[in-house]
Design a protein around this ligand. Structure first.
Ligand SMILES: [Zn+2]
Length: 223
């Protein structure tokens, strides 16, 4: 009897392990598919004729990266919990596609990118907003996802090549405000926790943006 129970237990264990493995594979495959679908939608909608590929990497780091040499865009497992929608995934992929487009301009461009990566971060955020809008994604998701991911390091803590989180957030806000203000009027992220947090923490900076564009953005689009 004891043997029988042991056998059943062993069988149960093996079955469980296999089942868990299969579930995990299913999940990984699902993420890979989602990353490809959103990535290729951005490429096609923007008529990007350069070839790029998208990989989901099983690694706990919170990271997304573009391999400059072969234009492969990699999304790490650790960043997946930061996405609540395809728009937010599209925000990170668009930023990376913008880097890859720059990398396509050749070795010299890649070297300048490495030397002044701070300005290329702002550039990739803005270009990313354009790519998102053209592909039918809501660019406010760029603010939302950056607000979740970026920390706020002091100038002596961060690498000189990386801008402070709030600088990137407000630059994206400024860009959307001046180029696509309609997205900021009654936007669908109005009640989003992370967007509300952005509004709460950037009152002064947003007032400055509004002031700066007071003559250029139509009154009906102001928010
Ligand atoms: Zn970047």
């Amino acid at each position: 009897m004891k043997k029988f129970i042991l056998c059943v237990f062993a069988l149960f264990l093996t079955f469980n392990v296999c089942f868990a493995d299969e579930l995990r594979l299913d999940k990984e495959a699902k993420y890979q598919k989602q990353v490809m679908q959103v990535g290729f939608r951005i490429l096609n909608a923007n008529q990007i004729e350069k070839r790029m590929t998208f990989y989901y990497i099983n690694n706990k780091d919170v990271n997304a990266a573009t391999a400059m040499s072969n234009k492969t865009i990699c999304l790490y497992k650790g960043i997946i919990p930061f996405f609540d929608s395809d728009d937010e995934l599209a925000a990170v992929l668009s930023h990376e596609i913008a880097h890859a487009l720059d990398a396509h301009k050749g070795l010299w461009r890649r070297l300048t990118m490495a030397a002044s990566s701070k300005s290329y971060e702002f550039k990739a955020d803005k270009k990313g907003v354009d790519l998102m809008v053209n592909a039918g994604y809501n660019p406010v998701a760029m603010i939302v996802v950056l607000n979740k991911i970026l920390g706020e390091q002091n100038w002596f803590e961060r690498p000189i090549s990386h801008p402070i989180g709030s600088q990137r957030l407000i630059t994206v806000y400024d860009y959307i405000y001046s180029k696509y203000p309609e997205y900021l009027v009654d936007n669908e992220y109005k009640n989003n926790l992370y967007y509300q947090n952005f509004l709460l923490t950037t009152k002064k900076e947003r007032a400055l943006v509004r002031q700066r564009h007071s003559n250029t953005v139509p009154v009906s689009n102001k928010k």
